[in-house]
Design a protein around this ligand. Structure first.
Ligand code: CA
Length: 223
């Protein structure tokens, strides 16, 4: 899951980035409203966290333009305590939720989880393909009831594959959702990580779940 943070206060932005990256989200940070709008419009984000007071273009205008252009990913706005009326304006302009600064990082993470879940139309939260189970709330993964230990990047990749089970995912789709914009698509990092996952998920199993689609990419599905 890839998240764009549009926030000009460097301290707040890096605090949010660190917390989200620890939860294995791919994160891009942008400090300017106009640049942020450009990035968000490119459309490969699963969620946008948007500050309202921004240089370049005010957050409210970023939001209005996105919604006018039918860009529909969830948007969480950040407002200062003194801007209660801004919060109302933000929700009216198409924000899905808001947080008032200062906020506890746990609260931000909880809201992010809810918005992403809502965005993917998923009800119960737990993802299951065959006997592979991933619980986004606890970040616990099991195969055949046995706990599988994953690094944050492996977890992010697996979650993306499972949320899109049965679909063929190209390397560039995977790069866009699991890595951030600094990612160099000419490397074989994705193949390396898919192999790490295979070793942990499929090795020694009769039924393989991670499939290579020759010339295209990868697909996770039950045989
Ligand atoms: Ca600001």
């Amino acid at each position: 899951m890839r998240i764009l943070v549009i926030e000009d206060e460097a301290k707040v932005a890096s605090f949010i980035r660190r917390a989200l990256e620890e939860e294995s989200y791919a994160v891009d940070v942008c400090a300017d409203g106009a640049k942020g709008l450009e990035l968000a419009s490119a459309g490969c984000y699963d969620l946008v966290i948007l500050d309202l007071m921004l240089p370049g273009l005010p957050g409210i205008e970023v939001l209005k333009t996105l919604r006018k252009d039918q860009v529909s990913m969830p948007v969480l706005i950040l407002t200062a305590q003194s801007q209660v009326n801004q919060k109302v304006k933000g929700l009216d302009a198409g924000a899905d939720d808001y947080l008032t600064k200062p906020f506890a990082i746990e609260e931000l993470l909880a809201r992010v989880r809810v918005l992403l879940r809502r965005g993917s139309g998923e009800a119960a939260g737990v993802l299951q393909i065959d006997d592979l189970v991933l619980n986004p709330a606890t970040r616990e993964v099991t195969r055949g009831g046995r706990r599988v230990e994953l690094t944050t990047k492996e977890y992010a990749l697996l979650e993306y594959l499972m949320r899109n089970a049965g679909r063929v995912l190209t390397r560039s789709m995977i790069a866009e959702h699991v890595w951030n914009q600094d990612f160099d698509t000419f490397t074989n990092v994705i193949d390396v990580y898919v192999n790490y996952l295979r070793n942990k998920i499929d090795r020694g199993q009769d039924r393989k779940l991670i499939h290579t689609v020759r010339g295209s990419g990868y697909s996770l599905k039950a045989e």
